[in-house]
Design a binder for this molecule. Structure first.
Ligand code: C2E
Ligand code: MG
Ligand code: MG
Length: 762
């Protein structure tokens, strides 16, 4: 099975790799070195021992050879006595002439010294030395006579125990037919002398011993020793070879001293020893060198590891300190909210995201009313507790991902992300104002009351950078403070609404016209091909002595309800014509000005007269006036509206359909009205980039309108992206804060001179 087969291999691999690791290398090297040294010595001893065995074997073999040679020689020398005995027997009773063959001197046999012949009774018959007696031989004859007939024919005597001839060995041979004896003295010294040059070492010896153990002769270290002086047997362990002579009761022994045999190897073994020692030393030195290197390396490694650890620890410590310092530096120590720095960082990042998501964001700027008074009268301790409580209420009232920060003092900001609508912001702001205005009970025993003034800037309408939004929210907050406290206000005041305000406004309408509280702002329209100003839209404002600038959203519906729209409309038509006349008088290049006409006005019989009258009074051409109508105003009482419109068109006034897309109609219904232009409502423009539906509606509206020969204007262009998209979609004209906010006539004149608009930075 592959799994189980691969397991041991993997384990083996891991083991091998772990041996190769630098930590394991040092002991491995030492062990290897030791093994090599031991091997060298084992080899040395093995070889020496082998050589000794071989040498010993060779010595044994040579001893055996030598003993064989000596025995064979001795056998031959002594064997000659048998030959002589046969001669003696064949000669019968030895007489002088035949004795010639028996005399060793005459025959030239140097090993034999004397010869004699005895009869069966033991009487001397012949002596080569002419002796009367042969005592050594006669002793042998006496003993031979005692012996049994089947005893060996040859009897060996012993050399004389004293006297001059310790080498002379008496030898007796019985003659055939028991007729007598042949005896001879054999010179063993002469015999052994011929082996003087055989090197058996100083203790090595050749021994000739009679079968019964009597020593006969010995040669040791080249020196001949007679049998009678022979010392004890050599020490055990000697190399011994023995040979017993055939038919002669003598044995020969050769001994070699092992010390001598092995001693010859000594020099060689000494050389081996020195070499092994040298190699061992070399291996030791190399091993030690490698080990020292490894040890050094290991020390370096561990030093590096230690310093690396130390470094990591320091880095971790630094990082900890840094994040603590950052937390300290980015948090408001009192409330725990983000501080200004942190807020700027996070809000900028959030706005970067906003640019991609194209959602609506709102920046709320809070300032606590009467905070200074509270601080001064109740003490800083209470002030601090109040700030904490406000922070807690703010944090609790918004969503988790909305940013809340304290900028310093009693100033707080909230950045609301991805809000669904302006209404949502207004509602939340209202709730926050209410929530923060509730009593703060028991702050150091005091029940404290305060209320916030809140300024709101919306992204992207009121600014696309954080600084601009902060500035505008701050300005809006100041406008709240100026008007009274405990309220919120949008920077774009058209978003403010208040029913209380409404009733107050309604009551003031009539006097407002007389007191000249209404004024006009103008917003340019630009062609998309050349980005030139090709028209203006007049937008009415109420400069209220108490509430500041009030926007038409807050009073036009009211004016319609209160039947005040006709006189107001009349004032507006008049004011536009006068403004055109004024610009003309000032030499300002003129472009058509659009006037918004509400549904109620359209059903006013006097509308045509109002226009023509004003145009005539100011001497303005009707082509410089355009009317903007809402879709709804075309449905109610369509007949009257149709009549009025036809009359106005007949007077040379052009007409545009405002807020297109919010009402009933398909474009086809427009054919019955004298409309030249459609203005696509800004709600479609806002999401044009990320809402595909809106993009489709805008694109199809543009192409349909073009088919009907209508000019298309896009309202509420707030960003560059929207502008680019509209251009790509083929839109004719654009209008919006991105190009120019509505502003007073005095600011418009220079723009008309230039014709071009210098854009806000994105
Ligand atoms: P409208 O005719 O659609 O006018 C355009 C409105 O859009 C203006 O608000 C203008 O300030 C605002 N606007 C222009 N560019 C942008 C932009 O980029 N973003 C956003 N969010 N808004 C933009 P305003 O002046 O508050 O007028 C509101 C409405 O009140 C007008 O809508 C119009 O229906 C009515 N109105 C204004 N002046 C008159 C007037 O003289 N007579 C009558 N009957 N109605 C008027
Ligand atoms: Mg309009
Ligand atoms: Mg509009």
């Amino acid at each position: 099975m592959p799994a189980s087969a691969s397991l041991p291999i993997a384990t083996l691999r891991r083991r091998v790799l772990s041996l190769v690791s630098p930590d394991a290398l040092l002991p491995v090297t030492c062990v290897l070195g030791l093994v090599v040294v031991l091997s060298i010595w084992a080899f040395y001893f093995d070889r020496a021992e082998q050589e000794k065995t071989v040498a010993r074997q060779a010595a044994i073999t040579s001893s055996e050879n030598i003993v064989l040679i000596v025995a064979t020689n001795l056998e031959e020398v002594l064997g000659r006595a048998t030959l002589y005995a046969r001669i003696a027997a064949s000669e019968g009773n030895a007489s002088q002439p035949t004795a010639f063959h028996l005399n060793p001197q005459l025959v030239g046999d140097s090993a034999y010294v004397r010869a004699a012949v005895f009869d069966a009774a033991g009487a001397l018959l012949y002596s080569s030395a002419n002796h009367d007696r042969e005592p050594e031989l006669q002793q042998l004859v006496a003993r031979a006579g005692d012996s049994t007939p089947d005893a060996p024919r040859m009897t060996i005597g012993r050399p004389a125990a004293s006297g001059k001839y310790p080498w002379r060995l008496p030898v007796l041979v019985r003659l055939d037919g028991d007729r007598g004896y042949y005896g001879a003295m054999v010179d063993l010294g002469y015999f052994l002398g011929s082996y003087r040059n055989v090197d058996l070492g100083p203790e090595g010896r050749i021994e000739i011993v009679r079968q019964d153990g009597a020593p006969l002769a010995l040669m040791q270290g080249g020196i001949l020793v007679p049998g009678r002086e022979m010392a004890t047997a050599p020490a055990s362990g000697a190399i011994v070879a023995r040979e017993v002579l055939a038919d002669i009761p003598i044995r020969v022994t050769v001994m070699q001293d092992p010390a001598v045999v092995l001693g010859r190897l000594d020099a060689q073994h000494e050389a081996y020893f020195l070499r092994a020692g040298g190699y061992s030393l070399l291996v030791l030195v190399i091993t030690l060198g490698i080990a020292a290197g490894l040890w050094q390396q290991q020390r370096l490694h561990s030093a590096v590891a230690v310093s690396e650890q130390e470094k990591q620890r320091l880095i971790a410590q630094l990082e900890q300190e840094k994040s603590r310092a950052l937390a300290l530096a980015s948090q408001d120590h009192l409330t725990g909210l983000a501080n200004r720095r942190m807020f700027q960082e996070m809000a900028s990042a959030e706005l970067k995201r906003a640019r991609r998501s194209r959602n609506l964001y709102a920046l709320l700027f809070f300032d606590l009313d009467r905070f200074k008074v509270i601080n001064d009268t109740l003490g800083h301790g209470v002030g601090d507790q109040l700030l904490k409580a406000v922070a807690a209420r703010l944090r609790g009232a918004v969503r988790e991902y909305d940013l809340v920060a304290r900028l310093g003092g009693d100033e707080f900001v909230v950045l609301l992300s991805e809000v669904p609508s302006e209404d949502f912001v207004a509602q939340l702001a209202g709730k926050l104002v209410q929530g923060l205005s509730a009593v703060y009970p028991n702050l150091d025993g005091h029940d404290v009351e305060t209320s916030p003034s809140v300024g709101i800037a919306l992204y992207p309408r009121d600014g696309q950078q954080l600084d601009a939004l902060l500035l505008h929210a701050d300005q809006a907050m100041y406008s709240v403070k100026a008007r009274g406290r405990g309220f919120f206000s949008f920077y774009d005041a058209s978003l403010n609404a208040s029913s209380a305000l409404h009733s107050e406004l309604a009551a003031r309408f009539r006097t407002a016209i007389q007191d000249g509280e209404f004024c006009l702002h103008f917003q340019p329209k630009l062609t998309l091909d050349s980005l030139q100003i090709v028209g203006l839209e007049a937008l009415v404002r109420w400069r209220h002595p108490e509430h500041g600038l009030i926007f038409p959203g807050d009073f036009i519906p009211l004016a319609e309800e209160q039947d005040f729209i006709a006189p107001l409309g009349r004032w507006i038509i008049d004011a536009v014509c006068r403004q055109l006349a004024q610009w003309r008088a000032d030499g300002v290049p003129l472009v058509p000005v659009a006037i918004n006409v509400s549904a109620r006005q359209l059903r006013d019989e006097r509308l045509l007269d109002d226009f023509t009258g004003a145009l005539a009074r100011c001497g303005v051409a009707p082509g410089l006036i355009e009317i903007e109508l809402t879709e709804s105003s075309l449905i109610e009482d369509a007949e009257l509206a149709q009549r009025n419109l036809d009359a106005l068109a007949g007077a040379g006034i052009r007409m545009a359909l405002d807020d297109f897309g919010t009402g009933f109609s398909g474009l086809s219904r427009l054919k019955q009205f004298p409309i030249h232009t459609v203005k696509i409502d800004r709600s479609f423009i806002r999401d044009i980039r990320n809402d595909t539906n809106d993009a489709v509606i805008v694109a199809s509206t543009i192409s349909l309108a073009h088919n009907l020969g209508l000019t298309v204007v896009a309202e509420g262009v707030e960003t560059k992206d929207q502008l680019v998209h509209l251009k790509a979609a083929g839109c004719d004209q654009v209008q919006g804060f991105y190009l120019q906010r509505p502003c007073a006539a005095a600011q418009i004149a220079p723009l008309l001179h230039k014709r071009f608009i210098s854009f806000q930075p994105t």
